[in-house]
Design a protein around this ligand. Structure first.
Ligand code: MIC
Ligand code: SF4
Length: 642
């Protein structure tokens, strides 16, 4: 029986376990990346492991999320990351060099390699045939130290692409179509592998748009084969030597196949407030908008920007619209300026922002109250833009640029029919904004700089034999890590300061949560399906831990968040009978007994003292993860063993 492409790469990196779906596997990791808003925690945790030099083939620290520097806090974080990177053998991509996933795709990602990153969109590198996972900072810290990365062996879903896209229909529309078909839960426990004759019609950056938003499907990762287009992209980046052809065996067996005919697709938009509420742009045509933001790790390639420039050329942005553009990298921005396309963008009245995440993570450009904002980004969760009642739609750069000119939702096909975008065969290459680490001999002399914004992170105690705590919060389905621990310009500067961040925990769901949880001392959270989807931010586990949360009982979890709960020592429990969710109210006191046995047996007895009734819950985890929980998470376990 033949192997899928992901199975081939997994097999080549397998340290523990077998390919059979459902069991835990351990992988050797070739590359890691961090960004600044999760990176400080990852490096504090790396330092806590006490390993003098990273053991990966390549580790890169990017600064791209948190770059407003409205006070000393961001700058402190950057200095900490810069010096820690220098000391421990990590390359440092300076602020201004670009968005982590974009720069990694351009300069470092390689077909057939494994990559983990402390950011949920790390699977962007799947566009070049790398097997890339988003992970918590602690997992990245362990991998940098040469440790194994564990995942549940995923099922592999094939998405077979046929034909090619019509003019004005973009890669973004392919992934929005897939989100419509599979939903934000459809990828959970799965790798999405793209095959079919339609693959050859897509360039590496287009493929990366698609694998990037596999995160929104909840997928473990997404991957394209490495083929002639991959070779051309690597050659354009001056890295042809990194090319290896890779594809699935012709007789590979997939768990499930979804077919998409590219020629039948139309421009699409994900509507407020979930990436899977997808409608054709034509159905929204004529509706007024106030803001358009083009960029993010999803859609900021040279091709995207040249298309936008060609649409804007000689025109003016509609008078009721603010248009912002953030190129994905300095490489893209420089090439736009060299070929004159930047002039077309500026002359049209677009506001060009830094090559960074910017508005995607609410770092500026919050829309006006109730405004409609069209964005080429990947997430439109409620409040993520910084304006609670803004209505954010996710669209392609084509739809965004055309609509910025008309001031209303506009199908871009007519305008794009006239365009012919040519991307140069060789790109501008200049790695002078990527600092190399100190050599092994000089590393001892590098002092790590820790400003006052760098506070210690909380640790969990060993698991007691039983616990009896009240429910401090009950939430519904699809709670995102943006709900649990919001980002944005006011909060992001404090990613290294858990006590301060705790003031904002679950703010959008319940403004009193912080005070209530702190007052209760210890508590339990109850939730619905797909709890913890979205960002990989460990803060969504560390902050509740700091506020005394010791267990979360839900109907189902998103993968990265569940692993972050385990790593920090919080019990991630699943209702055995999901209807028990309806029987528990906020304030009920739940008693969980015989826990030491439970981490061996998987099943936990839950007694609701307030209602005088019993339920059961499961620790649906590997043996290794249950062992970690016994000692209060990864660091507690490591300490116990030492
Ligand atoms: C996001 O897109 O939500 C982020 C910000 O990039 C996060 C990481 C973070 O919260 O810092 C992610 O995707 O993991
Ligand atoms: Fe940055 Fe947005 Fe991409 Fe997250 S999704 S890495 S915030 S650009």
């Amino acid at each position: 029986m033949g192997l899928t492409l992901s199975e081939k790469i997994i097999k080549a990196h397998l340290v523990e376990g077998s390919l059979e779906a459902g069991g835990e596997i351990g992988l050797r990791i070739d590359q890691t990346l961090t960004q600044d808003s999760t990176g400080t925690m990852a490096y504090l945790q790396y330092e806590a492991l006490g390993i003098p030099r990273v053991k990966t083939e390549l580790s890169v620290a990017y600064i791209d999320h948190n770059i407003l520097q409205t006070g000393f806090e961001n700058a402190d974080d950057h200095e900490y990351i810069r010096t820690v990177a220098k000391k421990y053998g990590i390359r440092f991509s300076r602020p201004g060099n670009g968005i982590c996933h974009h720069v990694h795709l351009e300069r470092f990602a390689r077909p057939g390699k494994t990559l983990i990153g402390s950011d949920s969109h790390t699977p962007t590198a799947g566009g070049i045939g790398s097997l890339a996972f988003g992970a918590g900072g602690l997992d990245v810290a362990v991998a940098m130290g040469g440790g194994t990365y564990y995942i549940t062996a995923p099922k592999v879903t094939e998405v077979r692409l046929h034909g090619s896209l019509g003019k004005g229909v973009a890669a973004k529309d392919i992934i929005l179509e897939l989100l419509k078909i599979l939903s934000v839960k459809g990828g959970v426990g799965r790798i999405i592998e793209y095959t079919g004759d339609g693959v050859a019609s897509l360039t590496v950056p287009e493929r990366a748009t698609i694998t990037n938003m596999g995160a929104e499907l909840g997928a473990t990762t997404s991957i394209f084969p490495s083929d002639e287009n991959t070779r051309l992209f690597l050659a354009a980046e001056g890295r042809e030597q990194d090319y290896v052809p890779l594809s699935a065996d012709p007789d590979a067996v997939y768990d499930k196949t979804v077919e998409i005919d590219l020629s039948s697709l139309v421009p699409l938009a994900a509507c407020p407030h979930m990436p899977d509420i997808v409608k054709p742009v034509g159905e929204l045509a004529g509706q007024k908008l106030e803001q358009v933001c083009i960029g993010s790790c999803t859609n900021s390639s040279l091709h995207d920007m040249l298309t936008v420039a060609a649409i804007l050329k000689g025109k003016t942005v509609h008078d009721g619209v603010s248009l912002t553009i953030s190129p994905g990298s300095r490489q893209v921005l420089t090439m736009l300026s060299q070929c004159g396309a930047l002039d077309d963008i500026l002359s049209a009245g677009a506001r060009v922002l830094e090559c960074a995440c910017g508005p995607c993570i609410g770092m500026g450009q919050s829309p006006a109250s109730g405004a409609v904002s069209l964005r080429t980004f990947n997430r439109n969760f409620e409040g993520r833009s910084g304006t609670a009642d803004a209505k954010v739609y996710l669209v392609s750069p084509e739809t965004a640029a055309v609509s910025a000119l008309t001031g209303v939702f506009t199908d871009p096909r007519e305008v794009c029919a006239e365009l012919d975008i040519i991307v140069p065969e060789r790109f501008y290459i200049n790695d002078n904004m990527v600092d190399m680490p100190a050599g092994i001999d000089e590393a001892a002399d590098v002092n790590v700089r820790r400003g006052p914004n760098i506070k210690p992170f909380p640790l969990c105690e060993e698991l007691p034999e039983s616990i009896s705590y009240p429910v401090s919060l009950k939430v519904g389905d699809n709670i995102t890590t943006d709900h649990i621990m919001p980002a944005g310009a006011k909060i992001l500067p404090y990613r290294s300061n858990i006590p301060y961040m705790s003031n904002f925990c679950f703010m959008q769901c319940d403004a009193d949560f912080h005070t209530r949880a702190a007052g209760l001392g210890r508590s339990i959270i109850v939730g619905g399906e797909n709890y913890g989807q979205g960002s990989s931010r460990e803060h969504a586990a560390l902050v509740p831990l700091y506020l005394g949360v010791r267990a979360v009982i839900v109907k189902s979890f998103a993968r990265i968040h569940r692993d972050n709960l385990v790593n920090t020592g919080i019990l991630p429990l699943l209702f055995t009978n999901p209807t028990d969710y309806d029987r528990i109210a906020e304030g009920d006191v739940l008693e969980l007994t015989d826990l030491h046995n439970a981490v061996e047996q998987e099943t936990v007895k839950v007694f609701n003292k307030t209602k005088n009734e019993s339920y059961t819950a499961k620790l649906d985890l590997s043996e290794r993860q249950r062992r970690l929980l016994r000692y209060g998470g990864v660091l507690g376990y490591t300490k116990h063993n030492a």
